[in-house]
Ligand binder design. Sequence first.
Ligand code: FE2
Length: 291
Amino acid sequence: MRLRSVELEMPRPGAAVDFLEGAWGLLDAGKTRNASYLRATGDHPYVMAISDAPQPAIRSVTFSGVQKELEGIRARATQAGILLSACAAELDEPGAPAGFRIVGPEGQCFRFVTDREPVARVNDPDRPIGLTHVPINAADADACTQFALDVLGFRLSDRTKLMDFVRCDSTHHALAFVRTGVCALHHMAFEMQDLDAVMRAVGRLRDAGITPAWGPGRHGPGNNVFAYYVAPFGAVLEYTSEIERVDDSYKVGGPDDWKWPPGRIDHWGLSKRDDERLHAAERSFRFRSPS
Ligand SMILES: [Fe+2]
């Protein structure tokens, strides 16, 4: 199972698409009546969908897998009595996905699909490869994590005072549930080829007049390099690289394993986190009730 895409809606979607295809580095993956689609250089048909709506909202987080993986999730969700429905309305998407969606404990929409029309990779070291993780704020992170483990079949990688990190493949985390008391998108992290590609992207955004709200730096859990931005359309985006790949032998860390010394909240200590900008932006895309 792999993290595939995030589907958003917002006012003035054209401006967001211009930014994402411009300075941010995504590629046009087509347009339908309902949405604009943006792809990265990896083999997912798209990584972001953007629809027009009066208010910003997150419609869904989508994972792609093989039929057997989807069947396992479907069976566990059905057994747990969790709301599950077909994705029929979105079948005109790039990739012609087939699958279903599940509503999480706080109304989050998670889609699980098999892409019937995957796309070829693009060789361009300056563009994002794909999404690597999508943390979600939660009113009850413990309950959401339990749902991810029991129903989605994810594995717990680490637990800190602020968040739980769960994985669906060897990437340290695909989802994380953040203890903030609200249910909303926290941020979307785009994987770059390596540290240099992250730093070149930071330079490219600086040329466009956009500076990081935090970073560059290196995280504790996942050990990934990061640079966080508040996008002009209001969401928090991250460039990342070198995220830790783990297997079943990975020892799950707890809050006591992930404490920083005074004055540090990442390994490098190069930049201060702009809490004022990030706090609001990390809560600006609430989950829309699935229709
Ligand atoms: Fe992140």
